[in-house]
Design a protein around this ligand. Structure first.
Ligand code: PMP
Length: 352
């Protein structure tokens, strides 16, 4: 049945968000999830909260916001909880940009940036990564125009795993006009071990045009529940709350996030296991002759160019799902030693 209802013409050209595939019987290393399921204490809190699902959730995620405020030693007015940090990316564009204003980001970076920009009726401006697959912050500063409202800096960068260092970020922030918001998307912050890669919260505390995004999906293992948060200036947080889809952070997500903060040490210890495996996987890939940029996240990037899709197909034949970006590279999530070994065997047997 065809319908005469008009929809936005520009949506025909909207790039699709391609989720990592789940293939029965295959190991999924495609979505940067952590391998372990919820801790017993978190599972118990979720089970307990199911008794209340006949009621709407706390609309403002008040208890979670207060808990985060205490952890971060910042006022609640500077924190907004969202339905995953991808939702907060969209809310930032909707809350900051008039139609046609510009959102600047590196490319390649998180695939949601161009999507949320277009959905928000803003204009995407992409600045290529440098030869080492890292943000070219000088080029990004040079690309700022009077129409730029938001700059996303994904640190560490998805999908390349590279990170910008403190000196480069400070030099960049010093060049950004005070009416342009710099969003430090730190979805993978908990996997960073290099002391020269700064914690964005340092800048949130000292600069009035910086916002940090964090998520419970990665290190905290709650990807299926959808909860993240933004920390920024009060004015930005107020705008994020205005464009929030009512009740979109559900009761189970709020409860699980609080229970995960209670179990923070245990969860961060799991990240340390991933970090150890990350070094091993990268070393083995380098030994096998792959080019693998230094990574600060829970994944590695193989810049295979035109052979990216073929590599992913080869991995699938070995029962491993990875994430190809056609013509560019392949992103592979770090998992348990056993799963990583299956991937490494697949990588070694790829004819190059
Ligand atoms: N930012 C980055 C850089 C990401 O890689 C992701 C997830 N792939 C997100 C934000 C969104 O995470 P979530 O919505 O699950 O919090």
């Amino acid at each position: 049945m065809s319908s005469a209802i008009p929809t936005r013409a520009d949506l025909a050209a909207l790039p699709a968000y391609v989720p990592g595939r789940t293939v029965p019987g295959a190991i999924k290393l495609a979505s940067n999830e952590v391998p372990g399921g919820p801790l017993p204490s978190v599972a118990e809190a979720i089970a307990h909260a199911t008794a209340q699902v006949n009621r709407y959730p706390d609309m403002g995620s008040q208890a979670l916001t207060e808990r985060l405020a205490k952890e971060l030693e910042l006022p609640v007015e500077r924190i907004a909880v969202g339905c995953g940090s991808v939702s907060l990316c969209q809310q930032l564009v909707q809350g900051m940009c008039e139609p046609g204003e510009e959102v600047l980001f590196a490319w390649r970076s998180f695939e949601a940036y161009p999507i949320v920009t277009q959905v928000g009726n803003a204009k995407a401006v992409r600045v290529p990564l440098d030869a080492s697959q890292t943000h070219d912050l000088d080029a990004m500063a040079a690309a700022i125009t009077p129409k730029t409202r938001v700059v996303f800096v994904c640190n560490p960068n998805n999908p390349t795993g590279t990170a910008v260092r403190r000196d480069a970020l400070v030099r960049f922030l010093d060049q950004v006009p005070s009416d342009v918001l710099v969003v430090l998307d730190e979805a993978y912050r908990e996997f960073v071990t290099d002391r020269d890669v700064p914690d964005g919260l340092e800048f949130v505390r000292t600069r009035p045009n910086v916002t940090v995004l964090r998520t419970f999906s990665k290190a905290y293992g709650l990807a299926g529940l959808r909860v993240g948060y933004a920390v920024g200036p009060e004015e930005v947080i107020t705008a994020l709350r205005k464009v929030y889809v009512a009740f979109s952070v559900n009761t189970l997500a709020q409860t699980a996030a609080i229970a995960s903060l209670d179990a923070k040490d245990e969860l961060l210890a799991r990240c340390a296991d991933v970090v150890r495996e990350r070094a091993r996987v990268r070393d083995e890939l380098l030994a096998a002759g792959y080019d693998v940029p230094e990574t600060h996240a829970n994944f590695v990037w193989l810049p295979l160019g035109e052979r990216a899709v073929e590599f992913a197909q080869h991995a699938l034949e070995h029962k491993v799902v990875v994430r190809p970006f056609a013509g560019d590279g392949v992103r592979v999530t770090i998992s348990t030693p056993e799963e990583n070994d299956v991937f490494l065997d697949a990588a070694r047997s790829f004819t190059r």
